[in-house]
Design a protein around this ligand. Structure first.
Ligand code: C2E
Ligand code: MG
Ligand code: MG
Length: 507
């Protein structure tokens, strides 16, 4: 708002300045015409000459003063952000340049709003602007006047504090900001959850270059995002090393598909009633030449680079081909958040179903709540399209994050998979058991199937069976195995007349 006022004032000044310059030109032209072109037709009294000179001087002085103010105003504009009136990146760099000889400690914090993109997409840019203004006010209120606040662009703010213990003091302010922004804020008649991820860095003395400090704070801020957002992280040298590892992992991932380094294994799920295999979950493995690496590491890396889209399609196609011959059982495939957010995904899925001839009724996609929390609008639209093929949706890892019972009502999954951590806790403490029981009761009431994951003991199996789970997955019954072993097992089962309770326990 403040800068819009500066804009208006500058505009008025330009108008006055222009008028005065015009007057001065008219005056000079008249004098020149009268003196040089028709000197005989003009009579100059000392009074008129004196008045003319005085007028000319006054206009020149006003012109000079106004020009000076105008250029100062322009300078001020170039150092401030147009929306929030906070100093901008150029002002921050100037500040560092001016205080080069200052040897005191400098603390810097880079703050990035977690949900700004979504706010813009879901509520429009006007609300996005108001969210930025609200964020700037909150930061100012929490930090007080001693902290310098800059808007570096988009949804990124920098906070600077100088003096002894500035890093520690700044961290305290940042923690309060994060806490404040974890609660929804009322903006333009809507409650918006902005969230903030902050990276902190500090330095002392003359080795404080603005670009290096900003780089460090940026690395730390990215670590806050990776770590789950809504948090503060201090820069450390290990972040640089991790980045190098991530870069190498990214390069290796890029090669892995073309070099056929991925393979699929399948873990059977059994019916809790008679322990019959009713389904298999497809799990991705990567034989990385540099050494083994689990999906919990390479999948998030592939998600970050966007490479998961290509990998995910390979998994789906290969799994549908493998499971084509496994009649009467369901195939579950894990889908990552990035895939579900991709508007092309439903079409690609339809194409794979057609190409492989796999029956859509036998396919189940497992998604985690992250897919839905990140982008509920696109996720809901894509899920509706996927369901039109007849493919079912399961909510994976229930009990590990924010997913609540309200969430189940909103998205209406066909299956709920209770995470291993909740199964383990439920067998150890009453509170977790109550939570597991109530979640299962709600899911059953909403006609969802319920699977307990990671069941390793007979006690856990008895508990989840009694709680109402209709399927059980876990090493107690089966570990994941290659496609050929599943095929052999299903053929031998079909040929045998008796059913074994134990099934096979592949290593
Ligand atoms: P998830 O989908 O929840 O898969 C179940 C995980 O639990 C698997 O780990 C499985 O090996 C493990 N598990 C099963 N039974 C037991 C048990 O009794 N005890 C213990 N301790 N663990 C058990 P895995 O294969 O390491 O996969 C980890 C996660 O990686 C998966 O969790 C899934 O989120 C992700 N993932 C695996 N394959 C894919 C894939 O193709 N695409 C995507 N997007 N994600 C995948
Ligand atoms: Mg899964
Ligand atoms: Mg799971």
């Amino acid at each position: 708002m403040k800068v819009r006022m500066i804009d208006n004032r500058l505009f008025r000044r330009v108008v006055i300045l222009g008028s005065l310059a015009l007057l001065q030109m008219i005056f000079l032209t008249t004098v020149s015409l009268s003196v040089f072109i028709a000197p005989e037709s003009t009579t100059h009294t000392p009074h008129t000459l004196f008045a003319g000179l005085a007028f000319f001087t006054a206009v020149t002085i006003s012109l000079g003063t106004l020009s000076l103010r105008y250029f100062r105003g322009l300078e001020k504009l170039s150092l401030h952000d147009g929306l929030t009136a906070l100093p901008n990146r150029r002002a921050l760099l100037d500040r560092f340049r001016q205080s080069r000889s200052d040897t005191s400690e400098t603390g810097i914090a880079l703050l990035n709003l977690d949900n700004f993109k979504l706010i813009n997409e879901n509520h429009g840019h006007r609300t996005g602007d108001e969210a930025l203004l609200a964020a700037a006010h909150i930061v100012r209120d929490v930090c007080g006047p001693e902290v310098e606040i800059y808007r570096l662009g988009g949804d990124e703010f920098a906070l600077i504090l100088k003096g002894s213990l500035s890093g520690t003091l700044l961290e305290g302010h940042c923690r309060r900001i994060v806490e404040y922004l974890t609660k929804p804020v009322q903006i333009a008649n809507v409650q918006l959850l902005m969230g903030a991820s902050i990276g902190l860095a500090s330095c002392r003395g003359e080795n404080c270059s603005a670009s290096e400090l900003l780089r460090r704070a940026d690395m730390a801020m990215a670590a806050s995002k990776r770590g789950g957002k809504m948090r503060c992280t201090w820069y450390s040298a290990s972040l640089d090393r991790n980045r190098e590892e991530m870069r190498r992992l990214d390069d290796d991932l890029r090669r892995a598909l073309t070099e056929n380094e991925f393979r699929l294994v399948y873990q059977p799920l059994v019916s809790s009633e008679d322990r019959r295999v009713v389904s298999v979950e497809c799990l991705l493995r990567w034989d990385r030449p540099a050494g083994p690496i689990g999906p919990h590491i390479f999948i998030p890396a592939a998600e970050q680079s966007g490479f998961i889209n290509a990998i995910g399609l390979w998994v789906l196609r290969q799994a549908c081909r493998d499971a084509l011959a496994w009649k009467d059982i369901t195939l579950s495939v894990n889908i990552s958040a990035a895939q579900l957010r991709n508007p092309e995904f439903p079409v690609q899925l339809g194409y794979i179903l057609e190409e492989t001839g796999f029956d859509a009724d036998r396919l189940e996609l497992e998604i985690t709540e992250t897919c839905l929390v990140l982008d509920p609008v696109i996720a809901e639209r894509n899920l509706a399209l996927i369901r039109q093929f007849g493919v079912r949706i399961a909510l994976d890892d229930f009990g590990t994050g924010y997913a609540s019972i309200g969430f189940l009502r909103q998205f209406r999954f066909e299956k709920l998979k209770i995470d291993r951590s909740l199964v383990v806790q439920a067998s150890e403490d009453e509170g977790s058991r109550a939570m597991m029981l109530s979640s299962i009761a709600v899911a059953r009431a909403m006609k969802m199937g319920v699977t307990a994951e990671g069941v390793e003991t007979e006690e856990q199996a008895a508990m989840v069976r009694a709680a109402g789970c209709d399927q059980i997955q876990g090493w107690l019954y089966y570990r994941a195995m290659p496609a050929q072993e599943i095929a052999q097992y299903l053929t031998s089962k079909a040929n045998s007349t008796t059913s074994s309770d134990q099934g096979i326990r592949a290593a």
